[in-house]
Design a protein around this ligand. Structure first.
Ligand SMILES: Nc1ncnc2c1ncn2[C@@H]1O[C@H](COP(=O)(O)OP(=O)(O)OP(=O)(O)O)[C@@H](O)[C@H]1O
Ligand SMILES: [Mg+2]
Length: 337
């Protein structure tokens, strides 16, 4: 089925397959499901495998993407008919941003949810740095293993030092990459949030770049606990509106709007840096928003490139979509918008 650019509204009653459709679009464009990391879960009950394929344009260049999952064989991805080494490579070709109610954890969840989100963001802004968070995480794990060997009497304190150096170096790099990503996002998040009537939104990084001296200072404590107690794996980003931390003090609607402001700001930054806007998949985004804010969201999303927005009823969107799709069990039909 040919999808229009702009706002594509996907409607249908509960349980009919709207989220499945968005999941398939994510699978085909990013190589994984936004809902689960267990690939076999995307296969229809009782079936041997699943296939998701999309064709489209990235700027002026035509793209055909395909991802298949077969039980017992794992996952395969293809680009323009040729196999890719790993499905994860799709992420460097196309950006797809998702809103699902689960993702509200970015605003209201624990610090780890925000770290994971902003680390993804920094990778999308600067693909050369996309592996940095994982490299840092591996260095922390190595240092923790070294700490436990010392505690067990299997090696000397000196053996921790090379890992301390590495945690400090990669940690400082990670903090600076996060700060850069936040600096790019903050003004745009502020504008989007302002449009949504959230007031001045700020993104404040809560943490300091680690140093080898600082880590040496906590060595005794770290040896005792067997974990590295200092560094960006423990930092947070405080998302505040009008000076109030939205994690603790935001209403449901405000938390939702803050996440949307973040995603829209991210989409604009990606469009600006790469020349190609991302695909937006917004699942169950309209509930909990008042009609005025739904209208503002619709206008923003329409100009953002291409977006699939789900709703149980077309009347939930107080605007005319560029295309209306009706989902019934097993099929998707275009309807008059
Ligand atoms: N692997 C699977 N195989 C077959 N059916 C599945 C599988 N996983 C989920 N389902 C079913 O697919 C149906 C459609 O789910 P989906 O989440 O897409 O509905 P929806 O249209 O988004 O509904 P809602 O409006 O409630 O969000 C559900 O009944 C779900 O149980
Ligand atoms: Mg759904």
């Amino acid at each position: 089925m040919a999808l229009q650019p702009g706002l594509v509204l996907v409607v249908g009653p509960n349980g009919v397959g709207k989220t499945n459709l968005l999941e398939a679009a994510h699978m085909a464009t990013q190589g994984f499901s936004p809902r689960t990391r267990t690939d076999s879960q995307v296969v229809r009950f009782g079936a041997e495998g699943a296939r998701a394929a999309v064709a489209g344009r990235r700027g002026e260049v035509g793209l055909e993407l395909e991802v298949t999952v077969r039980k017992g064989e794992g996952k395969r991805a293809g680009l323009n008919g040729a196999p890719l080494r790993a499905a994860e490579q799709l992420r460097s070709l196309v950006s797809t941003l998702v809103f699902t109610p689960d993702r509200l954890g970015v605003v209201k969840g624990p610090p780890a949810a925000r770290r994971a989100y902003f680390d993804r963001v920094l990778g999308r802004f600067a693909p050369a740095r996309a592996a940095l968070p994982a490299e840092y995480g591996a260095a922390v794990a190595q240092r923790n293993a070294a700490l436990r060997r010392v505690a067990a009497g299997a090696s000397s304190r000196d053996a921790v030092e090379p890992w301390t150096e590495r945690v400090a170096a990669l940690g400082a790099e990670l903090v600076s990459a996060r700060l850069e990503a936040l600096a790019l996002l903050e003004p745009l998040v502020g504008s989007r949030a302002d449009e949504f009537g959230l007031g001045a939104v700020s993104l404040r990084y809560d943490g300091e770049p680690p140093t080898a001296a600082g880590l040496a200072g906590v060595l005794d404590r770290d040896l005792e606990r067997g974990v590295t107690s200092l560094g960006p794996h423990l930092d947070d980003v405080v998302i505040a509106a009008a000076g109030r931390d939205l994690r603790s003090f935001g209403s449901q609607g405000e938390q939702r709007l803050a996440l949307l402001a973040l995603l829209l700001a991210e989409a604009e930054t990606i469009a600006d840096r790469t020349g190609v806007p991302p695909l937006l998949l917004l699942d169950d985004v309209l509930s909990e928003l008042d009609p005025g804010r739904r209208r503002i969201l619709a206008a923003r999303v329409r100009s953002a490139g291409q977006a699939l927005v789900t709703a149980t009823d077309a009347a939930m969107l107080p605007a005319t979509p560029d295309q209306l799709l009706e989902v019934t069990p097993g099929s998707v039909l275009e309807a008059a918008a």
